[in-house]
Design a protein around this ligand. Sequence first.
Ligand code: SF4
Length: 321
Amino acid sequence: MSIFSKAQLLYEKSINEKIDESDMDTIIAWPEHELSVLFACADQVRRRFFEETVDPCSLMNIKSGNCSEDCAFCSQSAHNHASVQIRELAKSEEIKAQANKAFQHHLPFCVVSSGRRLSTDEIRNICNTLKECPGEKHASLGILDENEFQMLKDAGVVCYNHNIETSRSYFHRIVTTHTWDERVETVKRAKKVGLHVCCGGILGMGETWKERKEFCQQIRDLDIDTVPLNFLNAIPGTRLDAPVESPLEFLKAVSLFRLVMPRRTIKICGGRELHLGPLQGLLFFAGANGYVSGGYLTTSGAGVDKDDVLIGTLGLRKRLG
Ligand code: SF4
C-alpha cells in the first residue's frame, strides 16, 4: 500500500474514532522521510473538528516548591535538588490581577499549586478569589475529594487539570510517593461532579514507544476532554536526563494522539519552545489544537504576544478570541 493510501485509511478510521492498536503501530513505524504525509493526515483531522480554532490557556503558579511528592521530572519536588522559588499561597489580589491579564488576552486562566494537594481551607480561599475573577477559570490543585471539586465548580471553575504523567506501567519509574491509580481516581472524581478534565503528561522521560502507546490508550479510555502534552525540559537538579527524541519524533507523537482522539483538544505545554524552536508552527500541522501561552510553572515561554503572532501567521484564531 502506498504511503498516501495508508494515510487515507488512517484518516477515515480516525474521524470515525476507530484507530486500533495496529493503526497505532503503523503511526509509530511511519518512516521519518515521509512524516509530512502523516502530519497532513493529522492536520486534516484537526481541521475537520476544530477548523481554524485553537484553544490556549494561561497558567499561574499560586504556590510553588517544597512538594512532598517525588516526581522525577519536577523542580518543585523536595526530593530533587533543583533551585526553585518556594512560595506560599499567592494573595487574592495577585491572583485577580493575573486573571484580569489572561482575560484581556482572551485566555482561560488556570491556577496551579505545588504539593500533593491544597488544604480544604486553602481551597476555600482560592474559591472565594476565583468567584471575583473574570473569564473562563481552570484549576490544578492536586488530589482532591468530591466535596472539594464541587466547591471549585460552584466557584465557577469549568475545567480541572490532573495529569497521569505517563503510562501505568512506566509510572513507578517516575513517581513513588503516590500511585498512578490515585491520579486516575482523582480524574474520575472531578468528572463525577461535572468538571471538564484536562489530563495528559510528559513525553521524553525515557519511556519507549510501547509505553507511549499505552499512555495514549489509557488517556483515550479515560474519556478526557483536553490532553496536555509536555516535552520534558530536564531541569538541573531533577532526576531525569534530557530527552533523546528529535523534534520530528515529538511531532509524530502529537499526530498519534490526534489520530487516536480526533475530537479531543490536544494541548502542547512545556518544552515546545525548547525542543521545537523554529518548528513550533508545525505542532498545529501535526494535529495539535491547543497550547499553554505565556509561560509555564517554573520555566518561561515565548510570551503571549509572540504566541499571538505565531497563531496569527498560521491563520488560526483563539476559541475565546
Ligand atoms: S509534579 Fe506536582 S506533585 Fe509532583 S513533585 Fe511537582 S509539584 Fe509535587
